[in-house]
Write a protein that binds this ligand. Structure first.
Ligand SMILES: Nc1ncnc2c1ncn2[C@@H]1O[C@H](COP(=O)(O)OP(=O)(O)OP(=O)(O)O)[C@@H](O)[C@H]1O
Length: 703
């Protein structure tokens, strides 16, 4: 006992516990501290000693305080706490049980897997429910936004892009020093920290956390549970997390949940209105995680059809063709005639003439999404390609860009079958010719320009050099005779010059084809062995298991290099040729670039006090800075009539079919605030660019 008192003294000296009073000493000495069994504290301290953990010391302190100062029995407190914990545990178990009973017998539910698009619809909807985002337990999700979506949010929130922008002073030490340039370095941080910036970027979004959430919607009570399971997926024991969402509602019918899901879908697709969603094949590494082969890359505003310069009749024809194909009654028509429901288009023409732009504009007109596949994409194998085609939605555009055969692996089978086809064709042509001409005299076929007889004679002559002079003389004589006979045969062949010309042409053609095949094989060797083969592509496009209902668009700059099999009717049903712009189209491009109705309708501050002008952060100042950053400020606005005249004049300066729309657009973009300047610069640009094209130089002198 004495030792324990000493220890307590030491503790109080160390400041761990308060100094002991006389009463304490007496109590301790009586061994009844805090109502604990006599000797308990002594035993405890003797065991723990000075090395007792801070927690033990704390417990000791609490024990002493309760027992000595407050006169409460600590063991009673412990008992009460234990009972409370037990009661709470029991209550929660009972509550869970009751809940399960309610869910099983009084509620109906729908389960949604993370792999399904409905999951994304619902998540989007949940993140937009103000009541739910005020929950105490939320999950924050960073939402990636494309340039268009970010821009849109700025507008949505009623702010102008002028607000919240940061600028860099370059300080070039001249008139240029007045220019300040946009700076986005702190954009990401500010977007989460500042209120004004929160307007600029709405990310992250908040959704209910894992577990159970309850909410009312349209006078219906819903219970939502989010649960994540980890399981082994695929080979190599790869672990995969998969979430499952369950929505419950009271009653024996799931109708309220179905209604909720419909609403969520509407909200989700409301966002996609006037937008074209672009999908690409998902990278191999993330396919397991998402269980989907297609990945949404971006959602961009619909490209208006009138922004694509193309022959009007051609545009209408393609639109009418696709319209008919996508009509809901078309599948029945095709099925009744046993025709596979597929439609393919080949857009061909020089680079920058609008093949991709037209494809996007078509997607916008029909309100369908675009699925882009590049055959040069190393991560897309032949099996992937087939699977990608199978996983397409009911109506969509599949865009296979730059589908030149150079990007396709040629299997030996392909070559052999091609060669066999050619040989067959030749045989058929030959027999047809023979049949047409009737019996023909047998002709000697020249090998490298000599007849076989000449070849033999040449060999003899070589040997003759080594033999006697006499023999040489004889051979010379023979050669002379041969040459006579050869000239005879020439005269004979000249009598049938048509047929030998044909033979020659055929040989030449065969040689060319063999060289072509050799080149293809060489190109194929450069491709990885698991790249896509021509037969693999054809199989994906219209194999037995291939998808029906899609619009396939192939684009190429080199239509001649395409394999015949690829463009045969049924695979390509319509070809559209794109070409460089005519003078008239150049004028059209010009007019569109400066047309007022196409200008961004952002709130641009136009007035302000003098004081505001002094302030570099004011709206007016920012507007001027913005214009400076974009380009020259046009001194005088151009009236619509004047613009038409300028556009016509510009068209007359640009020679027809000399420049692609992309080239013209590039020139105009550099003068996008100043149509007059563009018109003034046009002659020198045309001249310099034509000269550059002639010399096949890549260096531009006038930009
Ligand atoms: N016919 C056109 N009408 C309007 N703009 C065009 C046209 N052709 C090209 N452009 C413009 O040029 C740019 C490139 O066009 P696009 O990608 O559609 O050309 P492309 O023919 O697909 O080129 P590539 O063969 O190199 O893929 C786009 O910004 C587009 O706006």
């Amino acid at each position: 006992m004495v030792s324990s008192i000493n220890v307590m003294d030491s503790l109080s000296k160390l400041g761990i516990i308060p100094e002991r009073t006389t009463t304490d000493n007496n109590t301790a000495a009586n061994g009844t501290a805090g109502g604990l069994p006599p000797g308990f504290v002594d035993t405890f301290i003797a065991t723990a000693g000075l090395n007792a953990s801070p927690l033990a010391q704390l417990l000791l302190f609490v024990h002493r305080q309760l027992g000595v100062h407050l006169g409460i029995d600590p063991s009673l407190v412990l008992t009460i706490l234990g009972v409370l914990w037990g009661a709470q545990y029991f209550a929660s178990q009972a509550w869970a049980y009751v809940n399960r009973l309610i869910e099983d017998y009084l509620m109906s539910s729908i389960t949604i897997s993370q792999d399904d698009s409905i999951y994304y619809h619902l998540m989007e909807w949940l993140s937009k429910q103000p009541k739910l985002t005020k929950n105490r337990y939320l999950t924050a999700q960073t939402v990636w936004k494309s340039a268009w979506e970010e821009d849109e949010n700025t507008d949505e929130e009623g702010g102008s892009s002028q607000d919240g922008l940061f600028w860099t002073d370059v300080g070039l030490g001249s008139a240029e020093s007045n220019r300040r340039y946009l700076n986005f370095s702190s954009q990401a941080a500010r977007s989460t920290m500042l209120t004004t910036a929160a307007r600029y970027d709405k990310s992250p979004r908040f959704v209910p956390a894992m577990g159970s959430t309850r909410f009312w919607h349209n006078r219906n009570y819903f219970r939502l549970t989010r649960r994540k399971d980890t399981f082994v997926s695929g080979g190599w024991h790869a672990m995969k997390d998969e979430e499952e969402m369950k929505i419950y509602c009271y009653g024996r019918s799931v109708a309220p949940i179905k209604q909720l899901l419909r609403e969520a879908k509407l909200v989700y697709y409301h966002d996609t209105h006037q937008k074209t969603t672009i999908y690409r094949p998902r990278q191999k590494e993330s396919r397991r995680e998402y269980q989907s082969l297609w990945q949404q890359v971006t959602r961009r505003p619909v490209r208006p059809m009138d922004t694509v310069v193309l022959d009007l009749q051609e545009k209408h024809d393609v639109l009418a063709d696709i319209n008919e194909y996508l009509h809901p009654s078309t599948p029945r028509w095709y099925a009744a005639r046993g025709i596979p429901l597929r439609r393919g288009y080949l857009f061909h023409g020089p680079p920058g003439t609008g093949k991709t732009s037209f494809s996007f504009a078509l997607a916008g007109v029909f309100g369908i999404d675009i699925y882009v596949i590049s055959l040069q994409d190393a991560s897309v194998t032949e099996e992937d390609l087939a699977a990608l085609f199978v996983k397409l939605p009911r109506r969509c555009i599949v865009l296979l860009e730059d589908i030149d055969t150079a990007g396709l692996r040629r299997d030996d089978d392909d070559d052999e079958s091609e060669a066999a086809d050619e040989a067959k064709k030749d045989t058929v042509t030959k027999s047809e010719e023979v049949a047409a001409k009737g019996p023909q005299p047998v002709q000697e076929v020249k090998v490298n320009g000599d007849t076989p007889a000449e070849t033999v004679d040449k060999g003899d002559k070589k040997e003759g050099k080594k033999k006697s002079k006499k023999k040489r003389k004889q051979k010379k004589h023979k050669k002379d005779t041969d040459s006579d006979s050869s000239s005879d045969s020439d005269s004979e062949s000249s009598s049938s010059s048509d047929s030998s010309d044909d033979e020659h042409d055929k040989r030449k053609r065969k040689k060319k084809q063999a060289a072509k095949r050799k080149k293809k094989r060489k190109d194929a060797k450069l491709l990885p062995p698991d790249s896509i083969s021509l037969s693999g592509l054809l199989n994906a496009i219209d194999g037995v298991a291939s998808h029906e209902g899609r619009v396939l668009i192939l684009t190429t700059n080199k239509p001649e290099s395409l394999d015949e099999a690829l463009v045969r009717p049924g695979r390509v049903d319509r070809q559209v040729a794109f070409a460089n712009a005519t003078s008239e189209q150049a004028g059209e491009l010009f007019h569109r670039m400066y047309e007022r109705r196409r200008a961004l309708h952002r709130p641009q501050p136009t007035s302000g006090s003098a004081g505001e002008k002094q302030n570099p952060g004011s709206a007016v100042e920012r507007n001027v800075q913005n214009q400076l950053a974009y380009g020259d400020v046009d001194e005088k606005a151009v009236t619509p009539e004047e613009l038409k005249d300028i556009a016509r004049e510009f068209g007359s300066i640009v020679p027809s079919r000399a420049f692609s729309p992309a080239e013209i657009q590039g020139f105009l973009l550099k003068r996008k605030k100043n149509p007059r300047k563009a018109l003034a610069d046009a002659p020198s640009w045309v001249e310099a660019t034509l000269r550059q094209k002639e010399s096949k130089s890549k260096v531009t002198t006038v930009q």
